[in-house]
Design a binder for this molecule. Structure first.
Ligand code: TXA
Ligand code: MG
Length: 297
């Protein structure tokens, strides 16, 4: 088992063809067995070996966006043990866009099953330091590839119903995907919950209560409140701490900063974190999704 960098977040990886190694991941993360893992491969050819069929539209996406922050859910081949897929007949696959991740897959000659390298339900790590802090000596090796460039997890698209369905918004925007394959169905959180527990209502959460708002809230005097915001606020004075995700309002930069900013606020001993929703376009969709789940109690 080895923690390794990808362009999205750090993963906790093991040989996807070795059920015992994969079981260790569930144990270390305290992850429920019903939550399937993503299998990381070096290229499209290695992906093809792991699936029964690669629908044309899925192939188009893989061809255009791999390596990159896109996960495809496809009918699985027998070589993938049930523990990886929570006994689902499908497998989630992606080619990460990070030289160290690709080297790990190539050198080991194995597909690597890996969830994000954090305890289940908590904020995903975007630096090796985050991994060290939350998993400590439960992992034998952490490969340090610096901070993750994308900063939110991959976009998950399922083809198990024959047509493309968005299970999780992520580091590749829906707009870019639809430019290549046309309209994509958006799974309702309730419908996809049993299928894709990354859609669990409370997830990606700090310890401090977090409230997602679309407008300036009125604050209770005396409370220590932190603000998580895309752009600088007009008035800093009501807040004990402020995290600005992007001085220029750039949603890509904001996504890259999101999880580290949530962690910094979580370390301030605040009563409440208020997060201002970002525009629901491009990577804003993934940012609002993570903030919604972080705020769910
Ligand atoms: O960017 C990422 O995707 C990162 C890096 C490490 O690659 N990984 C990641 O893994 O976020 P994890 O385990 O935190 O999220 C995997 C998501 C979950 O929402 C899971 O339910 C979904 O993929 N998933 C995996 N296999 C699936 C399947 N067969 N059908 C539907 N959803 C699946
Ligand atoms: Mg995760």
């Amino acid at each position: 088992m080895v923690a390794f960098p990808t362009e999205t977040v750090y993963g906790l990886g093991a040989d996807a063809t070795n059920p015992l190694a994969v079981a260790r991941i569930f144990e270390v993360k305290n992850r429920p067995q019903f939550d399937p893992l993503i299998v990381h491969v070096a290229d499209l050819r290695q992906a093809e070996i792991l699936v029964l069929k690669f629908p044309d539209l899925a192939f188009k996406l893989a061809d255009r966006f791999w390596p990159g922050p896109l996960t495809l859910v496809l009918p699985k081949a027998k070589s993938i043990p049930d523990i990886v897929t929570s006994a689902l007949p499908s497998v989630a696959i992606r080619v990460p866009n990070h030289p160290m991740a690709l080297a790990l897959i190539q050198e080991s000659g194995r597909p690597i099953a890996a969830p994000s390298a954090n305890p289940f339900g908590q904020v995903s790590p975007t630096t090796s330091h985050h991994v060290r802090k939350s998993l400590g000596d439960k992992v034998d090796f952490i490969l340090d590839g610096g901070p993750c460039q994308v900063g939110v997890e991959s976009t998950v698209i399922s083809f198990t119903d024959g047509h493309p369905v968005l299970l999780r918004p992520g580091g590749l925007s829906l707009e870019e995907i639809e430019k290549v394959i046309g309209p994509v169905e958006i799974a309702s959180p309730a419908a996809s919950a049993p299928q894709s527990p990354g859609q669990l209502e409370r997830h990606y959460a700090p310890r401090t209560p977090l409230r997602l708002v679309t407008q300036w809230p009125s604050l209770t005097p005396g409370q220590k409140v932190g603000l998580l915001t895309l752009l600088p606020p007009m008035d800093f004075s009501p807040f004990t701490a402020v995290e600005i995700l992007s001085q220029s309002g750039d949603l890509r930069e904001a996504a890259a900063n999101l999880f580290a900013a949530m962690r910094r606020l979580d370390e301030q001993g605040l009563d409440l974190i208020i997060a201002l929703a970002v525009p629901p376009e491009g990577l804003g969709r993934a940012i609002n999704d993570r903030l919604t789940r972080a705020g769910h109690f």
